[in-house]
Design a protein around this ligand. Structure first.
Ligand SMILES: *Cc1c(COP(=O)(O)O)cnc(C)c1O
Length: 289
């Protein structure tokens, strides 16, 4: 399932800026969306190599990673289980997880914090169980994400991505360094106090010279939004025909738009935005539009 991949680079025009391109990782798959496909590629390869047929992972009730893991597991003939943070709920995302055959274990917020303990407690005796961290954060995921850079046929002055754990950003930076590019990597943390993302990235790649963090586009924190952000999503989508999600990609495109408007990025500089997918997140915020 990880052989064929469709992720073209398309030109996009916003704020009269003519040098913006988008890597359409959102088109890779509707359920194993964007960077989650990239991240799972080598995680699943490792699980298979170790003869583990049961993926065990962690996430919130609106996690794109859980849907992606459930879909990838079922398509690869593997079992999947997720520890879901918080009290038992029903929603569109968890419904998809269950349809893909994932077993859900709702876990109170205190217990959820110690993921290794949860794994030990439930799966100590299951030698087929494979521990996958929240969001798929791992060295394998970094390698998968670095392949985004390998696929590029043009050179860009700036590459942008949104960051939750920073794994995708680490992969992109690794790809930039590996391919000896001068491209700046602009990372937009979607959480408050996103400075920690730099430390996360440094765990996987020591050369952070090309890294620029934009920590002021979080809109209040993870999964937090403002009316201004929704206004931006509506205008952006109506104008470009490209859907963006409220948790990740809208904050990245807002930042790009802002840096273009303020001329921080010059009109002759070429930008590539990585569309990391996650569009199902729109449905979790239906009442806010
Ligand atoms: C999970 C996710 C991210 C965050 O990726 P990290 O590697 O955790 O930083 C970004 N965008 C979308 C759409 C996601 O679903």
């Amino acid at each position: 399932m990880f052989e064929k991949l469709y992720s073209p680079v398309e030109k996009l025009k916003i704020a009269a800026f003519d040098n913006l391109f988008v890597k359409r990782d959102d088109l890779i798959d509707p359920y194993i969306s964007g960077n989650k496909w990239r991240k799972l590629k080598y995680i699943l390869a490792k699980a298979k190599a170790e003869n583990k047929n049961h993926l065990v992972t962690f996430g919130g009730a609106y996690s794109n990673h859980l849907v992606a893991t459930a879909a990838a597991a079922s398509r690869s003939g593997l079992k999947s289980t997720a520890f879901v943070r918080g009290e038992k709920v029903k929603n569109e995302m968890l419904l998809l997880c269950e349809l893909f055959g994932m077993q859900l274990i709702f876990t109170d917020r205190v217990s959820y914090k110690d993921k290794s303990a949860l794994f030990e407690q439930h799966f100590k005796t299951d030698s087929n169980a494979c521990f996958i961290d929240e969001g798929g954060a791992s060295a394998e995921a970094v390698i998968g994400c670095s392949e985004i850079i390998d696929e590029l046929t043009d050179v860009y002055d700036h590459i942008f991505c949104a960051a939750g754990t920073g794994t995708t950003a680490a992969g992109l930076l690794k790809g930039i360094v590996k391919n000896d590019l001068k491209t700046k990597l602009h990372v937009v943390p979607v959480l408050k106090n996103g400075f920690f993302i730099k430390d996360e990235i440094s765990k996987y790649i020591s050369d952070t010279e090309n890294l620029i963090l934009h920590t002021n586009y979080h809109f209040g924190g993870y999964a937090k939004t403002t009316p201004e952000l929704f206004k931006f999503i509506k205008e952006f989508t109506a104008h470009t025909g490209l859907l963006i999600d409220p948790v990740y990609t809208s904050k990245m495109f807002y930042a790009i738009n802002d840096l273009i408007q303020s001329k921080t990025i010059k009109p002759d500089e070429k930008i590539l935005a990585i569309h990391t997918g996650g569009l199902l997140g729109i449905f979790g915020m239906m009442d806010k539009f």
